[in-house]
Design a protein around this ligand. Structure first.
Ligand SMILES: C[S@@+](CC[C@H](N)C(=O)[O-])C[C@H]1O[C@@H](n2cnc3c(N)ncnc32)[C@H](O)[C@@H]1O
Length: 361
């Protein structure tokens, strides 16, 4: 049997598309004919100076600002930022890019105002900065947004280029097709606005997808909500955003988690549990962006066998089910779909659950 011809590895930002001639061409592009771009590191250099200038202008920099640039690459944005800021801290993962950038400012007055940190920005402990600007390597979009939102003190503003679909998910509003857990989370902690669309031909090599620049302005003061509680609730209701909120709480995995958290809360607050069998019903619900819960409704909850051979909940499980029912009725959110709920709805829901001793972290 003839050996199958090895297909070239697809290039471009995830989601990868099938290799085509543009992708093959992109894979062989070099920076100033010096080295090959590593598209797996999202290396798509912004070659249009007009777009680079517009990004810097939209950041509203002050001469006193310290700017964090994520992934400076060869420095097309960096040199423009340096014109308007006191200092740039650039975090770059690829030493070849860091060397190119160093060369670009060498012997110039701005050299002293540029600090390059070599490494993965997600794993780097970030120093203080006022503004973040980035033509983001798209494979770190989500962790970067969450890292920026969690910073204390928060930056004044972040102007970030993302793959168009990701950008639209961040700014999506209730009822929009792209509205998701990411939208609610980002908008809870920051004002998020779309600034401009950027076509793929503005990059070298061109990525497979279109891009957009968005602004993320963290809210000050930071809303006094526990991130883990908030995100824990969102993970449940956004499992299937077009199903009702009540449907999210029908899953046995979710109810087992809620019960486990309720037991912890009762223990911490000296609340006696009637009919407690002393066992927590642990179910790992995973850590994915859009959580999937599979399995039948009751199958993975430890409980008592009924005559029909089905499992039923323990007494504590029944009590928790009752508390959930109360919250769903009192908030009148039982039949509402997560995809249509706004921040106020989720806050109301979280508050009502917490009032009943039900927590999500
Ligand atoms: C889209 S390019 C942007 C380059 C340059 N800022 C521009 O606009 O022309 C992304 C850059 O991020 C770097 N990079 C990729 N992953 C990174 C990470 N985890 N931490 C820091 N830099 C990263 C890449 O090496 C690349 O230089």
């Amino acid at each position: 049997m003839p050996k199958a011809k090895k297909q070239p590895r697809p290039v471009g930002n995830p989601p990868y598309s099938r290799p085509n001639s543009a992708a093959k061409e992109a894979a062989s592009k070099t920076v100033n004919n010096v080295f090959r771009m590593n598209t797996e590191l999202g290396q798509h250099i912004l070659k249009n100076p007009g777009v680079a200038q517009a990004i810097v202008d939209k950041a509203g920099l002050k001469q006193s600002d310290v700017v964090l640039e994520v992934g400076p690459g060869t420095g097309n944005l960096t040199v423009k930022i340096l014109e308007h800021a006191r200092k740039v801290i650039a975090v770059e993962m690829d030493p070849r890019m860091a060397a190119e950038l160093t060369k670009r400012v060498q012997g110039k007055p701005e050299q002293k105002r540029l600090e390059i940190l070599l490494g993965d920005v997600i794993k780097t402990e970030l120093p203080y900065f006022d503004v973040c600007i980035s033509n983001t390597p798209y494979q770190i979009s989500s962790p970067l947004v969450f890292k920026l939102l969690a910073l204390s003190p928060a930056p004044r503003t972040c102007v970030l280029m993302f793959q168009r679909e990701f950008a639209m998910r961040v700014v999506a509003r209730p009822g929009d097709a792209l509205y998701c857990r990411l939208s609610v989370n980002a908008q809870m902690w920051a004002k998020c606005t779309h600034i401009m669309k950027v076509g793929k031909n503005n990059f070298k090599p061109p990525p497979q997808v279109e891009s957009s620049v968005i602004r993320i302005e963290p809210k000050t003061p930071r809303p006094p909500i526990s991130y883990d509680e908030w995100d824990g609730l969102l993970r449940i209701v956004f499992v299937r955003k077009n199903k009702t909120i009540a449907a999210g709480f029908k899953s046995s995995a979710v109810m087992a988690l809620v019960e486990k958290n309720y037991r912890t809360w009762c223990a911490a607050n000296n609340v006696k549990l009637e009919g407690d069998d002393g066992e927590a019903h642990l179910v790992d619900i995973g850590d994915k962006d859009e959580m999937e819960v599979s399995g039948d409704e009751m199958g993975d909850v430890k409980g008592i066998k009924t005559k029909a051979g089905k499992r039923s909940r323990s007494k504590v499980g029944e009590k928790v089910k009752g508390l959930v029912e109360t919250v769903l009725s009192e908030t009148e959110l039982r039949e509402k779909r997560a995809g249509k709920c706004d921040e106020a709805d989720f806050l109301r829901l979280l508050y009502a659950f917490n009032q009943q001793g039900i927590h999500f972290s």
